[in-house]
Write a protein of this length. Structure first.
Length: 172
């Protein structure tokens, strides 16, 4: 079962349990937009700018490698009729090796970019988690739900409060 499904099921069960206890006590539920909070953080734009620069560097390097391959391939095509069989086979093997190396670099670049984005976003996610916990404690909320995943298509207006701006203010 995918993690998002498990998370949605957990959220729904938690909300069901919370609703069962509503009659016994005054329970408050908070909700917020994680994406709105994240994008409102000043460090988010800096992180995205840094990631864009890194993506461009990798893209430029991939373009240079592709250009090198294309030039060598065009040269090979123009000369292959005059080449001896053993030289032609060696150049074909060299081109194949270059092509494979470029593909390996592309895959490694994708992996490194994903890891870099994860690393640069980790402190932002941690700040959001801490802010949500602080708002939850200060506001005596039983649950604070991230509405971005649409796991909770309905939240009772009488029992729930939008805490997006409260969390955002705390992060400024």
């Amino acid at each position: 079962m995918p993690f998002i499904m498990k998370k949605a099921i957990f959220t729904m069960v938690l909300l069901l349990l919370t609703s069962v206890t509503v009659s016994a006590q005054n329970v408050k539920i908070g909700y917020f937009s994680y994406k709105a909070i994240l994008m409102s953080m000043p460090a988010y734009s800096t992180a995205m700018t840094d990631m864009d620069k890194l993506r461009k560097q990798y893209a430029d390097e991939l373009d240079a490698a592709q250009k090198e391959f294309n030039e060598k391939y065009e040269l090979f095509l123009s000369q292959q009729a005059q080449l001896a069989e053993s030289i032609r086979q060696k150049r074909q093997a060299d081109l194949q090796t270059l092509l494979e190396r470029n593909e390996q670099f592309r895959k490694e670049a994708e992996r490194l970019l994903a890891q870099a984005e994860k690393d640069v976003m980790a402190p932002l996610h941690e700040k959001i988690r801490n802010a949500v916990a602080k708002v939850g404690l200060q506001g005596s909320y039983a649950v604070i739900v991230n509405t971005d995943s649409e796991a909770c298509p309905y939240l009772s207006p009488e029992l729930s409060v939008d805490v997006t701006s409260t969390i955002s203010d705390l992060l400024k």
